[in-house]
Design a protein around this ligand. Structure first.
Ligand code: MTE
Length: 322
């Protein structure tokens, strides 16, 4: 997120996969007879994923929830899947080959612990199959002032909260990413406070918009999107949308997130989008739509004020917009 470290981790030779090594998408689509809908969704390895051995392939395409649509075109998958922030794989945007090579999203389990009736560790596919799956079109606004629009597949975080059965004293949800360096070379950069952690209040976590994502563009998540399970909180800056989650902890202590630990003067707990509150080093008044290059005004709560503004009544003394 635009911070410079003296030593930057660089791609290992083995990770620099030439583009030609990826599937030829159109050939695969033609061969499999998959139609225009999927072609529109685009992306490398599409057809392969749609009919691959993924244990959740049968859940796609999920029914779209028309309550969450957009007034902007979707970002083509080719653009989205090659411009990512996922520091576990490096600090540059082109981490996709490294994520594809190292991250192993199966087998995977998620631990639910802290202030819950009973702590448990559950296999990712068992968890996903216990949830109400749907597709939603969401905006995504990075704190770096670029934005995308994405068709996510997943389930409301509220459904996971209900499944976890938290105790009444729990006021926050803390989410944690894997910390296994064998799956992500960036984790060897010891100056970062791994693992990546994020948090929400219980009121935020149970808001309709908080969405747990296990798919995008009509199929299983690419590794670089945060497979096998990530968060999407579209009214907040993108760094809140933690990827590759392994632990969900219910607590009465406000979690300190990854970026807050690194640069507390620039990145806070709340991180709600607000065009009138600049980042200490740049304006947040507008954003670049990644796939068109167009510069457009940023909206309060990234356009979701109607859904979430009420969450912050009485919290005006907090640093809500950083
Ligand atoms: N989650 C983890 N575990 N590690 C990261 O580096 N980056 C965050 C967020 N979640 C990050 C993460 C940031 S800064 C952004 S903008 C979004 O993921 C980027 O999501 P995208 O790559 O799908 O656009």
């Amino acid at each position: 997120m635009l911070i410079r470290r003296p030593k930057r981790w660089t791609l290992p030779e083995s990770a620099a996969t030439p583009e030609s090594a990826f599937f030829n998408r159109r050939q695969l689509l033609a061969a499999s007879g998959i139609g225009a809908g999927l072609i529109l969704s685009g992306g490398m390895g599409d057809a392969a994923r749609a009919q691959d051995g993924s244990p959740i392939a049968d859940l796609f395409p999920a029914k779209r929830n028309e309550g969450f649509t957009l007034d902007r075109d979707l970002t083509p998958e080719e653009v989205n899947s090659r411009y990512n922030n996922f520091y576990e794989f490096g600090s540059q945007k082109t981490i996709y080959p490294t994520a594809e090579e190292y991250l192993k999203p199966r087998p995977w389990s998620v631990t639910i612990d802290g202030m819950v009736e009973a702590e448990k560790t559950v296999d990712i596919d068992t968890l996903i199959r216990a949830m109400p799956i749907e597709e939603r079109l969401y905006r995504h606004r990075c704190v770096e002032a670029w934005s995308m629009t994405i068709p996510w597949t997943g389930f409301p975080l509220k459904a996971l909260v209900d499944y976890a059965r938290p105790l009444s004293g729990a006021t926050y949800v803390r989410l944690e990413t894997f910390g296994d360096a064998a799956m992500a070379p960036g984790l060897r950069q010891v100056w970062y406070p791994w693992p990546y952690v994020e948090g929400l209040t219980m009121a935020e976590a149970t808001n309709d918009l908080s969405f747990m994502v296990m798919g995008a563009y009509g199929k299983t998540l690419h590794n670089q999107f945060g497979a096998p399970l990530r968060l999407a909180t579209p009214w907040k800056y993108g760094f809140k949308s933690i990827k590759s989650i392994v632990r969900v902890t219910f607590t009465d202590q406000r979690p300190q997130s990854f970026w807050e630990k690194i640069l507390p003067a620039e990145y806070g707990f709340w991180a709600n989008v607000n065009p009138e509150v600049p980042h200490p080093r740049w304006s947040q008044a507008s954003e670049k739509i990644l796939h068109t290059g167009e510069q457009v005004p940023t909206l309060l709560f990234n356009g979701y004020a109607e859904e979430v503004a009420g969450l912050y009544t009485g919290l005006e003394g907090e640093a809500l917009y950083m």
